[in-house]
Design a protein around this ligand. Structure first.
Ligand code: GLV
Length: 296
């Protein structure tokens, strides 16, 4: 019995040790040292090399290491298998911290007061307008972040495919997306990448932004048409874009996004997985999908 941990962009030795300590009788094989592929029944995957899962004839289920599962979509060997994901409390909390960091620093004029301080200037920048935060996507992560925004007194609206939410008004369809964007001071993109959500932020949807609005993309780079965004930012169609994810990562040096003053770039760090919580969740999923137990 074996779990393969195939995560290519970081060292997962700590995570593997934690899983091992909870499952002492299970073999944990960590990429690139998968020496007994025929034993693998469960795999933890993140940007896994193409074709690797086809070498596991006894695979029963896989999980993404994180919230996003788009890296599993193109793997034909996974068709028909349960494809799970790990959304831990810490992932939700870190995501809320990231979004709130940029939201609050803008809405509470952090940059403006900083400039004024250097000028020894005493001038109130606050106003009484309550900003509206529009969520494009309101799943496990989006819903959590939206709740934290409401807790802090922001107005919230959301675009979802069809689901409703007890705390946030939801709109659907293309006209619903327009309603959300048009009334939002902050547009937070936090939804799964699917063929139908690719470039959901494009030249058309960017034309619906308020000129003072800020876009925050913490989902996947391909949700945003980067060339259309560059052009909209150059024309000041929106005020600023905070981008943690990009169509190509790392963001290529030649990307025009680097040269824009009204863009904040971070290297896909909004919510990194916590090894302890991830290990517990992987063990729960393994027990459930390989043993059929819901308890460890
Ligand atoms: C991070 O991008 C995740 O999908 O968890």
């Amino acid at each position: 019995m074996c779990i393969a941990v195939i995560v290519v962009d970081r060292d997962c030795t700590g995570l593997c040790q934690m899983i091992q300590s909870k499952l002492p009788d299970v073999l944990i094989q960590q990429w690139p040292h998968i020496t007994q592929p025929e034993l693998v029944e469960f795999a933890v995957l993140w940007q896994h090399p193409e074709g690797i899962t086809a070498q596991f004839p006894n695979l029963k289920a896989v999980t993404s290491l994180g919230a996003g599962t788009n890296h599993l979509d193109h793997d034909k060997a996974l068709e028909g298998l349960p494809q799970l994901r790990v959304v831990t409390d810490s992932l939700k909390q870190l995501m809320a911290q990231y979004v709130l960091l940029y939201l609050l620093s803008d809405s509470r004029h952090q940059l403006g007061y900083n400039t004024q301080q250097h000028q020894k200037k005493w001038h109130v920048l606050e106003n009484e307008v309550i900003p509206t935060v529009g969520f494009v996507g309101l799943g496990a992560l989006g819903g959590f972040v939206a709740d934290r925004c409401s807790d802090l007194g922001f107005k919230t609206v959301a675009w979802t495919v069809q689901s409703e939410h007890p705390n946030h008004t939801c709109y659907h369809g293309k006209s619903g997306l327009k309603k959300v964007i048009e009334q939002s001071d902050y547009v937070v993109v936090l939804l799964p990448l699917k063929p139908e959500t690719r470039h959901i932020i494009d030249a058309t949807t960017l034309s619906w932004f308020k000129q003072e609005a800020v876009l925050i993309n913490v989902a996947r780079g391909a949700h945003v048409d980067e060339l259309a965004l560059c052009s909209a930012l150059q024309k000041n169609q929106l005020k600023h874009a905070v981008l943690d994810v990009f169509e190509t990562e790392p963001l290529p040096k030649e990307s025009p996004l680097w040269g824009l003053d009204n863009v904040t770039i971070t290297p896909h760090v909004s919510a990194l997985s916590d090894a302890h919580q991830t290990a517990s969740m992987v063990v729960d999923l393994f027990n459930q999908y390989v043993f059929g137990n819901t308890k460890t």
